[in-house]
Design a protein. Structure first.
Ligand code: SF4
Length: 370
């Protein structure tokens, strides 16, 4: 979410937001940069600058929550970096990635942009996050393209967020280097889990999807190094036309080689970026994706591995498996079809991505008697 502040003429800055005296006092005690909402203006401290707001700008800030964090650029665009009313907050390390997956929801053009990674700046942003935040995702691109500097960020998070659950999304390739697995083991906050995708069961099937030769070997070795150090791992499988015919092969690989993974998330597609560009070779509807995934779910659960389904509307899933569907789509991306208003499980359903609802409309059949 971005709020444009038309009268802003200051420098770029990160601020914690306050609209009450109580939250202001807490932020002052923590010596943070603050934007305090008052009579039709923002008061920026510690420099005591008043920024007048239009009625519409004021109302948008009024809808924000105490302890939200904004990054304001020199053009007055206030980007909400941390939403205190949501469990879905993230630190985006970089858009860059060393893989180029055919069904990635980010376009290749963004992933190849060479914007320098500034870990000190990310630490500065994180300093403004509430220290009792429930959940933070560390994501990219591939966050470990930051190199060893990223461990400075982990060190900071470990020291300042004792109760926060961290999910680190990575392709896991870097952990084929033992020193990286060791450093992660030393610096990661105590409640951390890594989310790592397996797209195939061998070099050919995996690397044809990542379009990156050697990526399977690296991820395979990386997983071995992480699991042998007791680092928690959530394996991920994105079901698409590219892998639907060997999804059971991936499940079997997990049972044979990575049984110590904490859980497996089987995921429906998000059709933006590369996925949209490669739609003809990538897209299958959620119903078909579930049908292809069902034997893989059975293989994993029979082996005692915890399985969750992400991004699947409940009506695309056989009713015996609906209990493993999780609401996984970020709030601002969730959409429901008009027909969903007749569905008795709408409240329990995670809906669909804004980018896939048009493609999924034939699969959406409201559940009337659950
Ligand atoms: S009809 Fe809509 S609300 Fe009901 S399960 Fe399907 S997608 Fe979800």
């Amino acid at each position: 979410m971005i709020i444009q502040i038309s009268s802003y003429d200051g420098n770029a800055r990160v601020v914690s937001f306050s609209k009450t005296d109580d939250s202001y006092a807490v932020l002052c005690d923590n010596h943070l940069n603050i934007a305090k909402l008052c009579d039709k203006a923002l008061l920026l401290s510690p420099d005591n600058v008043r920024i007048d707001l239009t009625e519409s700008e004021y109302n948008k800030f009024l809808d924000s929550a105490d302890f939200d964090v904004f990054e304001i650029d020199a053009d007055g665009n206030a980007y909400k970096y941390f939403d205190a009313s949501s469990l879905d907050n993230a630190i985006m390390v970089t858009n860059k990635c060393n893989s180029n997956c055919l069904m990635c929801p980010t376009p290749e053009s963004i992933r190849k942009k060479d914007i320098a990674i500034d870990i000190d700046y990310l630490i500065h942003v994180a300093q403004h996050f509430p220290k009792d935040a429930e959940h933070i995702t560390i994501t990219g691109g591939e966050p470990f393209l930051a190199g060893r500097d990223i461990f400075k960020l982990f060190d900071y998070l470990k020291g300042h967020f004792p109760v926060t659950d961290f999910l680190v999304l990575t392709n896991g390739r870097i952990f084929s280097v033992i020193q990286y697995a060791d450093r992660l083991s030393e610096t990661q906050p105590s409640n951390t889990i890594l989310g790592i995708p397996l797209h195939g069961f061998d070099d050919v099937t995996h690397d044809s999807i990542t379009q990156s030769a050697g990526s399977f070997r690296q991820t395979y070795k990386g997983l071995k190094n992480l699991l042998s150090r007791g680092i928690r791992v959530e394996l991920r499988m994105v079901v698409s036309k590219l892998n639907m015919d060997f999804i059971t092969g991936i499940a079997q690989l997990i049972v044979n080689e990575f049984k110590r993974a904490e859980c497996v998330k089987i995921m429906g597609l998000e059709m933006t970026g590369n996925a949209a560009k490669n739609k003809d070779s990538v897209w299958i509807g959620y119903k078909e994706a579930f049908e292809k995934a069902q034997p893989a779910i059975d293989i994993l659960t029979k082996a005692g591995i915890d399985v969750g389904l992400y991004n699947f509307p409940l009506c695309s899933v056989n009713e015996n498996y609906r209990s493993i569907c999780e609401k996984s789509i970020s709030d601002y991306k969730i959409r429901y079809a008009a027909a969903c208003d007749r569905c008795v499980v709408k409240d329990a359903c995670g809906g669909m991505f804004s980018g896939t609802i048009r493609l999924s409309k034939d699969d959406i059949i409201p559940i009337i008697n659950d």
